[in-house]
Design a protein around this ligand. Sequence first.
Ligand code: SAH
Length: 395
Amino acid sequence: MIIIQLKPKKEESLKRFHPWVFSGAIQKIEGKPAEGDLVEVLDNQRNFLAIGHYQIGSIAVRVVSFDKLDVDDSFWSRKIQLAYAMRVSLGLVDPKKNNTYRLVHGEGDSLPGLIVDVYDETAVMQAHSVGMHETREILAKAIVENVPQVKHVYYKSATTLPFNAPITPEDGYLIGEETPSLSAIENGLEFHVDWLRGQKTGFFVDQRENRSLLERYSKGKSVLNMFCYTGGFSVYALRGGAEVVHSVDSSTKAIALTDKNVELNYPNDSRHKSFDEDAFKYLNNLHTFEQKYDLIILDPPAFAKHREALRNALKGYKRLNAKAFEQIKPGGIVFTFSCSQVVSKEQFRLAVFSAAAESKRNVRILHQLSQPADHPINIYHPEGEYLKGLVLWVE
Ligand code: SAH
């Protein structure tokens, strides 16, 4: 195996089990690793630290093991087994009530660069590193062998792998085939998930618990689900007994998907309407009291994907939240989220705080939300906390 020796004192973070080696920490590389190769990382005194996948870029190694052992098929199989056992133990695996969950959440499951979401009999796998891309066949086999429900593994990495990597990934089934009718069930609700054409792996599994909380507050309310995508929050609001549910998204496809999912659970339900429109435009056009809502969900796409975009992203969050505070009825509730990894919990809170002050409404924090247990945060890698939410009471 190729050896990477670190500069003096650069082993500290690895000793605290942080799973990345930055290129600036490297003193020498013995041999010529190709991107994706397994490498052994040593400290300056040549003591073993970790084994990981080599990458080109500022993160040079993503650690897969802090123990010196063989990274063979059974190594990957054990990792998948552990990830699955945790989901079972958390009560997330229930073919009748909940067959939709995240099986592998990158660093959170000590598998940096790998995401796997399970929808009934299909696992959708996404590689974010060349190392995981090259391990895809072994991983797919390990998934089918260790997760009893899964019979098909779809690989979807054409857009997630580093764009300059010397590979041409193709999306497709590694094991099994397209299933004719799929029913992804989340907390007893059914969803049509289109991993071939949809965003990410086809569904935002990470909002499951937050949708449940919304359901609890929906009874008798008029609900606006902004940035609805698959209509997840809308369907939960309908089950919670909302009087009116309006879903808004600027993508025609998302609106079609929302309508389909509402229809699947609540056929011909006149309480629901969807609007193919821009969020800001929609919020600006609520003029009369009757047009306003008791409950507004703001779950926009990541406003900042890179650090450089941070300032504008924070402005965007402020502007959006200010609009919601302006438009919500007295005694209303706002569920507001940010899924941008580069926006910290404090920064997001500050943006929402500024929006509240600007709207001159009296706002209280009822809940502070995060990602669910199947999106665990590696305690040594706090960067893994990406989903932030606030539930606010607007007097
Ligand atoms: N709340 C969803 C996930 C939202 S993903 C869920 O629970 O699954 C973000 C969505 O925002 C996408 O569907 C995208 O089409 C939509 N979107 C992006 N920009 C928008 C805009 N300016 N106005 C309305 N919708 C927008």
